[in-house]
Ligand binder design. Structure first.
Ligand SMILES: *Cc1c(COP(=O)(O)O)cnc(C)c1O
Length: 393
């Protein structure tokens, strides 16, 4: 059997894969089994922040790998402690809990919020309010947090204690608060899986003031938007927010699994011994890689992210076959006249790997993608959108 046949035979059928088998790469270029090179505009869904087989990340990971790959959370290790320090110093948050994925980082955020609210306001104050069109993960609890009914249908009953509101409408939150004790509101500043939709800054400001006033925690899910993706270290910084809890994952590890839940002043001591845990969380190899990633997300890199973002918006806005461009930093959604899937398939033929999000073509290139490589990819996307625009949808 070929690899694709083996995969379809033995791997659970949850993924509709593209007919491409990738074998190796460097930076923003990746090769398939036939030796065809593609420009990677998806970074493994926003994970390989500095590209594939990035030298500094690879050196940090292999160095740690040769010393100690795992010890469990019964002992201290340097990469875990130093990564927590760096995250806190760069965000002003106070403590970090490490896990292995975005969903787990959100689970921890939800547990922290529930415990804080129960202790401060009583056991019936547990509701977590999230936004319509949000995405927070695939576990039963983070599915309950996800404000999209299509993810819920097959898996009832989900974890209770979640409520959804339309972004932009604070009245809905007031109505929910009137009926339930609200522990926290969880948002993505730019809804990723929801179609790369940035929240309205005026709404976000109004929301955060309301939460502050009512001692309701603000959780920002920075799983996709974080770690430089949106042109700031975390997207909440571009919105001028002061979250109580920040969850992140994806790009932080540069390609190895890691989740991090950062706890602010109000909740820094909410967890005591045994309240939460993870076998792999804070793994020294993942943390060593993350240290190399986070240490390089500096002002210069972030300025580069914003410049490349401006370039993409300039090139694609108003181009033939393109109805609109949304997003922040290098998290970009492109509404095309032709169906997004058709544009993505045409891009594959042209040697460019893109993602979709709802009805849009989505781009999450490496933060350090060279300008000339980016220009080539954008030209190919533009061509694909224009070529397919005329065709019958
Ligand atoms: C990807 C994503 C998650 C889930 O992360 P996993 O690592 O797949 O569990 C959660 N929230 C947001 C905003 C995401 O984009």
């Amino acid at each position: 059997m070929t690899i694709s046949e083996l995969d379809r035979t033995y791997v659970a059928g949850t993924y509709k894969r593209f007919p491409v088998e990738l074998v190796e790469g460097k930076g923003s270029l990746v090769k398939d089994t036939a030796g065809k090179t593609y420009i990677d505009m998806g970074s493994g869904i926003g994970v390989t922040a500095f590209g594939i087989a990035d030298d500094a990340w690879q050196a940090a990971v292999t160095e740690q790998l040769s010393r100690l790959q795992h010890v469990s959370n019964l002992y201290y290790t340097e990469p875990c402690a130093k990564l927590a320090q760096l995250l806190c110093e760069r965000t002003g948050m106070k403590k970090v809990f490490f896990s292995n994925s975005g969903a787990e980082a959100n689970e921890c955020a939800i547990k922290a919020a529930r415990k804080y609210a129960a202790e401060k306001k009583g056991a019936d104050c547990y509701t977590i309010v999230t936004l319509a069109n949000s995405f927070h993960g695939r576990t039963l609890t983070t599915l309950a947090a996800t404000g999209q009914a299509k993810f819920h249908e097959l898996f009832q009953p989900l974890t209770p204690g979640f409520s959804s509101m339309e972004p932009g409408n604070l009245c809905e939150l007031e109505a929910i608060s009137a009926k339930h004790g609200v522990a926290a509101v969880m948002i993505e500043c730019v809804q990723g899986e929801g179609g790369v939709v940035p929240l309205d800054p005026a709404f976000v400001k109004e929301l955060s003031e309301y939460l502050e006033k009512h001692d309701i925690l603000l959780i920002v899910d920075e799983v996709q938007t974080g770690n430089g993706r949106c042109g700031a270290l975390y997207s909440y910084m571009r919105y001028g927010l002061k979250p109580d809890i920040v969850s992140t994952a994806k790009g932080l590890g540069g390609g190895l699994p890691i989740g991090a839940t950062m706890l602010g002043e109000k909740v820094e001591n909410v967890f005591g011994f045994g309240d939460h845990g993870s076998t792999f969380g804070g793994n020294p190899v993942s943390c060593a890689g993350a240290l190399s990633i986070l240490g390089r997300i500096d002002d210069e890199l972030l300025a580069g992210v914003r410049e490349k973002s401006d370039f993409i918006f300039r090139e694609l806005t108003g181009a033939p076959g393109i109805k609109g461009v949304t997003g922040l930093g290098l998290m970009i959604g492109i509404e095309t006249e032709a169906p997004a899937a058709a544009v993505v398939n045409r891009c594959i033929e042209k040697g460019v790997l893109c993602l979709t999000a709802k009805t849009k073509v989505r781009l999450l290139p490496a933060l350090n993608i060279p300008a000339d490589v980016l220009a080539k990819a954008v030209a190919a996307i533009k061509e694909a959108a224009a070529e397919l625009a005329g065709e019958e949808n």
